[in-house]
Design a protein around this ligand. Structure first.
Ligand code: KIV
Length: 285
């Protein structure tokens, strides 16, 4: 692979049966650590509305917020393949507005790929953004931006009819120009059929191991969340929450006891200046 990971590298990974590791991550500091791990792809997902801002859905994420955090992640990770997530109402109103908003992620945040939650009415958005020269990730299956209509999320593709519709939608995304697909919460059997029938890299978010790559959100991977019921498909690879809470508690303890800060944490007045200051202060006593 070249130093900067591009969509061509991901296509090559699919051809050579290499698996792609991806993560949703939303800030500069975490993205630096992700980049050092050798991860191929970072998605700056609109799940940031929940995991950074504390909302109960992805819907409040705005374009300005998403562009700002995508640019921050890019500054930390110049070589990863960076996917930007089109937030709710950034592409649903008009096709020209969708293209303009997608373009902001490229011009203001140097994103490589634009992710769009796709149902059949939005195939024309996929085509327009792709025709404008941007790589599109078609996100199908569970679509968190449709929570208002769906009420709750459940596995997608559980019946032959639902599976057939999903497979046709995946085909139509590719036909419209999508360069990659993200399958969320699609049953394993159907995710495998889609992965096998398309030439583009297919990333699984809870859609099983037969896709070309996997994505999880960084707070789940790091075990950072204490008040969040992780989805069935999530896995924590460490439990940082107790360690971090312990570090904060130790800081509180040392501030309260006066153990922190020590003299080594202080700046000092230049040699001889304290005497001068003492003399000067006498003049205003
Ligand atoms: O917003 C997000 O982080 C996502 C992933 C969970 C796939 O869409």
């Amino acid at each position: 692979m070249s130093a900067k990971i591009t969509i061509s590298d991901l296509i090559e990974a699919k051809r050579s049966a290499g698996k792609i590791a991806a993560i949703s991550c939303y800030d500069y500091t975490t993205a630096k650590l992700v980049a050092a791990s050798g991860m191929e792809m970072i998605l700056v997902g609109d799940s940031a509305a929940q995991l950074m801002l504390g909302y109960d859905s992805t819907l409040p994420a705005t374009m300005d917020f998403m562009v700002a955090i995508t640019a921050a992640v890019r500054r930390a990770a110049p070589d990863v393949c960076l996917v930007a997530d089109m937030p709710f109402l950034s592409y649903q109103l008009t096709v020209p507005q969708a293209v303009a908003n997608a373009g902001r992620f490229v011009t203001e945040a140097s994103a490589d790929i634009i992710k769009i939650e796709v149902t059949r009415p939005y195939i024309d958005v996929v085509k327009a953004v792709s025709d404008a020269g941007m790589a599109v990730m078609g996100h199908i299956g569970i679509r968190p931006q449709s929570i208002g209509k769906l009420g709750k999320f459940k596995a997608e593709g559980t019946t032959a009819q639902m599976a057939f519709e999903l497979i046709r939608l995946a085909d139509d995304c590719i036909e419209a120009g999508a360069s990659t697909l993200l399958l969320e919460g699609i049953v394993r059997e159907v995710a495998k059929i889609i992965t096998d029938r398309v030439d583009v890299p297919v990333i699984s978010c809870g859609s099983g191991p037969d896709c070309d790559g996997q994505i999880l959100v960084a707070p789940d991977v790091l075990g950072l969340l204490t008040d969040h019921k992780a989805p069935k498909f999530a896995k924590s690879f460490t439990q940082l929450a107790p360690q971090i809470t312990e570090a904060f508690a130790e800081y509180v303890k040392q501030v309260r006891s006066g153990k922190f800060p020590e003299d080594t944490h202080c700046f000092h007045i230049k040699t001889g200046q304290l005497e001068n200051l003492t003399d000067a202060l006498k003049t205003i006593e």
